[in-house]
Design a protein around this ligand. Sequence first.
Ligand code: PRP
Ligand code: URA
Length: 211
Amino acid sequence: MSKGNVIVVNHPMVQHKLTILRDKKTGSKEFRELVKEIGMFMVYETTRDLPMQEIEIDTPICKTKSKVLAGKKLGVVPILRAGLGMMEGVLQLIPAAKVGHVGLYRDPKTLKPVEYYCKLPQDVEERELLLVDPMLATGGSASAAIELLKQKGAKSIKLVCIVGCPEGIEEVHKYHPEIDIYLASIDEKLNDHGYIVPGLGDAGDRIFGTK
Ligand code: PRP
Ligand code: URA
């Protein structure tokens, strides 16, 4: 089994938007827009290796050969709730992607993920899946979601988050060493409440304005 990579998307546009996202003065409307936009930028990175094929077309000037996507089946799976924000950005770039949903919340006391929903495309085993969630904290939610996807037959999964930390990366690779993890930042650490430091606070609450 190949070892999964950790890819930090250092693009200036992503890093600029991430700084605004982290700022506690940023309100829900702007926060939501930024999560969507960063989700869209991250997709450029995650789809770099998609297969292409050459077709012949007519430009207004002449015939030419040019490349198109070779039609690999894609899927996006947001981890509810906060992953929904990134999903919108992914779909903007890949409108044909099928969408699955995994519902998990972190028990506030144990910090362990609790599953409450799972609905995936029927042909999940044929699709390259982008599992999206803005936060990779203890890694419990991402790891449980990957396990669930594998149990349902998924063969190809990339984990796409915005802010992570060493603890979360280690946890995911402990149970799923082959998974590539894409992040906009690897922050310093977790605090005693399982929040990423410096992080951006509670992503779900900030997206949906629930606190
Ligand atoms: C947040 C976040 C991740 C999880 C990360 O969701 O969106 O899913 O925590 O933490 P972990 O890596 O320690 O598991 P939360 O459980 O707060 O649910 P929500 O999206 O419904 O707010
Ligand atoms: N979930 C969040 O939304 N933020 C964190 O910092 C950790 C978990």
